[in-house]
Ligand binder design. Structure first.
Ligand SMILES: [Zn+2]
Length: 217
C-alpha cells in the first residue's frame, strides 16, 4: 500500500459554552480547583488534545452507524470506515494499512492568546472559568460535595488541523473527506470534553478549509 496524497483540513474551534477537558489527577493546580483542565506543561495554556477530538468524532460516528458496543470498533474490515479512518481498536491483524486520520493538538489561536495575555498582564487574574458543580441530595434538596471545575471560557478559539492520508487503489478520497466532515458535524451537534450533558463543551468549527479552499460541514 502506498500513500497517494495528504488532505489537510484547517480552521478554528470556537467554544460556545465553557469547555472542560480534564487534566491528569497528579497535575498540581495552584488555583486550587478540584477538577483542573489539561494545560500545556510549559506555557500552562489550555489546549485540546488531538486524541480528545478524535475520540469524540469516532464515538459519535459509531453511534450514527449503529456500531455501539462497550469498546470502539475493531472489526478491521475493508469496508469499515471507522476502522480505516480512526484505526481498528486493539486489532493488530487487519490489513487496512495505517490509520488515515491524524488530529493535531489544538492550541489557542493567536487572537485568543493575545486577548488572554492582556487580562493576565493588566488585571493579574486567570482567564479560566471556575464553575462550582453541586450534587443535589434528592431527599433533602440540599447541595453536597460542591466541587470547583475549571473551564475554558466561552468565546475562546483554538487552531484546528486534521490530516487525512489517502492511499492508492484502496481509498476513495471524497468518501473519506465526507466521513471526517460528518464526524466534525457530529461533535458540533453534541459536545467536546467532559460534562457535555450538563452544558459544557458546545463547540463550533469556523473558517474550515480543505487544502486551503473553503468548505462547509
Ligand atoms: Zn470496524
Amino acid at each position: 500500500m502506498r500513500i497517494k496524497c495528504y488532505k489537510k483540513i484547517t480552521g478554528n474551534i470556537e467554544c460556545i459554552t465553557g469547555l472542560h477537558i480534564g487534566g491528569s489527577a497528579d497535575q498540581i493546580d495552584i488555583g486550587g480547583v478540584d477538577l483542573p483542565i489539561i494545560k500545556h506543561p510549559i506555557t500552562a495554556e489550555p489546549y485540546i488534545p488531538g486524541s480528545s477530538l478524535k475520540g469524540r468524532m469516532r464515538s459519535q460516528l459509531e453511534k450514527r452507524l449503529g456500531k455501539v458496543d462497550r469498546e470502539p470498533c475493531g472489526c478491521g474490515k475493508t469496508d469499515c470506515l471507522v476502522c480505516k479512518v480512526f484505526g481498528a481498536h486493539m486489532n493488530t491483524r487487519h490489513e487496512l494499512g495505517g490509520t488515515r486520520l491524524i488530529v493535531r493538538d489544538a492550541h489557542l489561536s493567536e487572537e485568543t492568546r493575545s486577548q488572554y495575555s492582556k487580562i493576565v498582564n493588566e488585571k493579574g487574574v486567570s482567564y479560566l472559568d471556575k464553575k462550582v458543580e453541586n450534587i443535589i441530595d434528592r431527599k433533602t434538596g440540599t447541595a453536597k460535595h460542591p466541587r470547583s471545575q475549571e473551564r475554558v471560557p466561552s468565546g475562546a478559539k483554538f487552531d484546528l488541523e486534521l490530516v487525512l492520508q489517502i492511499y492508492y487503489d484502496v481509498d476513495e478520497e471524497n468518501e473519506l473527506v465526507a466521513f471526517v466532515k460528518t464526524g466534525l458535524k457530529e461533535v458540533e451537534n453534541t459536545y467536546l470534553g467532559g460534562y457535555g450533558s450538563r452544558g459544557c463543551g458546545q463547540v463550533k468549527f469556523n473558517d474550515l478549509k480543505l487544502d486551503g479552499i473553503a468548505i462547509t460541514l
